[in-house]
Design a protein around this ligand. Structure first.
Ligand code: ADP
Ligand code: MG
Length: 319
């Protein structure tokens, strides 16, 4: 009896008190259209709506996304109290990847190993997110956090597309796939390419150019030079040129690079495509379970071998 009571009180001591919704005295860490983020203590933050209809909706969306992420993933920010009526409670991180790049790597970009590690972790997190039927819709270094071990955690699913819902967020201009209206896996992967560029160079793509100039360049299929970025440069290019069918393929490619296997990936052998062209294909394919995934060009070289890997039937449509 005595021992039992001792155990209970010990357990209680180690578990923090549930956050009661009081924000008085809490430090504001971030504030946007979707919500406001406060530090509850050294391990937890609370994200709450700011009262506008948009913000109320976005926080509900983030809650739905976390219902889909119930298994959790080492590279997706951990939600500690999804049912708290006052707001979402998350693990507390140190910095966003972007703020780290600006504070520590303003003059010299991160070491190649650091950039590769972050890129790999971000791709793994994104593969999990997509497999949970969530399209983040605003992938970027501003929505990637670093925890106490400097591991990347994807964050901010307020405004994402969940189970096919319409996203309310949009990508930053340097992360936006030209010609795409609605976010989908392909647009998230394009933005992942831009995030990896920022990790590798410390700068956003075409940082010295205006948003309008960047849009024009992207529309013409012109992207920053990648020749000075070893290994990752090729992966970034593949993201920008939409050569990956899924985030899992990016993870596999990065796996090859990280394990220094000399074999070139199949993607490397493909000729470079000119400007992204989402309108001209005569034969499309998509698989039935992810109806939000936009049809993309069927590529006999890379897709033929994959058809049987999908769990649901491939639908081939002639235009
Ligand atoms: N778990 C966290 N730990 C530390 N800071 C955080 C955390 N979550 C968010 N922040 C800070 O709050 C900012 C806004 O959070 P975010 O979830 O991206 O909301 P918004 O939808 O307003 O963009 C982030 O850029 C970051 O600076
Ligand atoms: Mg954000």
């Amino acid at each position: 009896m005595g021992i039992g009571r001792g155990l209970v009180s010990k357990k209680r001591k180690s578990e923090p008190k549930r956050w009661d919704g009081n924000i008085e005295g809490l430090t504001l860490l971030g504030n946007g259209v979707s919500g406001a983020v406060f530090a509850i203590d050294e391990n937890r933050v609370a994200k709450i709506d700011i009262g506008s209809p948009r913000s109320i909706k976005d926080i509900k969306t983030e809650c739905m996304a976390y219902c889909n992420f119930s298994k959790g993933h080492p590279h997706v920010l951990l939600c500690l109290d999804i049912g708290n009526p006052n707001g979402l409670v998350f693990e507390r991180c140190q910095d966003t990847v972007r703020s780290r790049l600006r504070s520590r790597y303003r003059c010299t970009p991160p070491r190649v190993e650091v950039a590769k590690k972050w890129a790999y972790q971000a791709a793994k997190g994104l593969a999990f997110v997509h497999e949970c039927r969530v399209i983040q819709g605003d992938v970027g270094c501003h929505n990637m956090l670093l925890d106490s071990t400097d591991s990347v955690k994807l964050a901010d699913f307020a405004g994402s597309s969940v189970n096919g819902s319409v996203a309310t967020v949009g990508y930053e201009v340097r992360s936006r796939l030209p010609g795409a209206d609605e976010p989908d896996e392909m647009t998230d992967l394009f933005a992942l390419g831009s995030a990896m560029y920022e990790m590798a160079t410390g700068k956003r793509p075409y940082e010295d150019k205006s948003a309008r100039e960047v849009q024009t360049l992207y529309k013409r299929g012109r992207f920053p030079k990648l020749s000075e970025i070893p290994d990752l440069g090729r992966v970034i290019e593949n993201c920008w040129q939409q050569r990956y069918g899924s985030a899992r393929e990016v993870v596999d490619d990065l796996d090859n690079i990280n394990s220094r296997q000399p074999q070139p990936s199949r993607l490397q052998e493909k000729p470079t495509k000119s400007p992204p062209d989402r309108e001209a294909p005569s034969l499309y394919f998509h698989h039935g379970s992810t109806h939000r995934q936009k049809p993309r060009r069927y590529d006999p070289d890379t897709d033929r071998g994959k058809i049987y890997a999908y769990s649901s039937p491939i639908v081939l449509k002639s235009q």
